[in-house]
Design a protein around this ligand. Sequence first.
Ligand SMILES: [Zn+2]
Length: 250
Amino acid sequence: MYEALIEGTSKIITIDTFKRRYGEKSLENGLKLVCPACKSELHTYALVSLKREPRFHHHPNTSCVYTDGKNNYLAAPNSWDIENGKRIRTALEDKEFISKLYCFCLKLCMSGNLPVDKFIGLVKKADKRNLWSHAGFEEWVIGFLLLVLDDFEGTTREKQKYIFRFSLQKGINRLDESFTKPNSKIEIEDIMEREGYFLAKVFDSGDIMQYPEGNPYPVSRINWQRFSKDYDWTFNNHGAKLVQKIKEFK
Ligand SMILES: [Zn+2]
């Protein structure tokens, strides 16, 4: 990693700053650097190497979504913003906002396919990544990202179970295997900065699903508004419970 968090603070330092201003000695003198996502201790790598680029590394056997996520195709942040992340994580405790977010995910999964606990599980997964602290992160994109963090189970009218999932794609030129296996990591910073990303809803086979209409869905503020605007039902029926659950594991 290029950046690390100074433990006990919201301060991010880059490996260059560390090299220039702190140095290896500072670690012996009590400075502790941790991963902004999993909070485990980091050590420096190749700090004085002429051939390798200096980096912060996790210790071996550390479990972190950014180092051991196998089907993990959301890239680690290029840059962190811990304070903004805290602000956004706190915004999830707002009854109106969390109800909108649940409404958004429910509309895309379709009613019956996303129980409250499953939705909360997505937020927990996002917490593990500290998704909120990607520099430049904005509220409207959260729903699109939550949906790619897990697979879902649906039931047909004939009571048959099936698996479906969402996949983020840059462009929609290749409506084929690219929906099951994105060939490069998606950078959240890139999604925030430019248009042209799509969220595709697919069966386990990779075949594109029909409903709700408009699949694959452009990742945009307009679609965030489209799928979150009728949140009265989630607000009235689940709002209080959502807030309570979100606060519970913060
Ligand atoms: Zn980590």
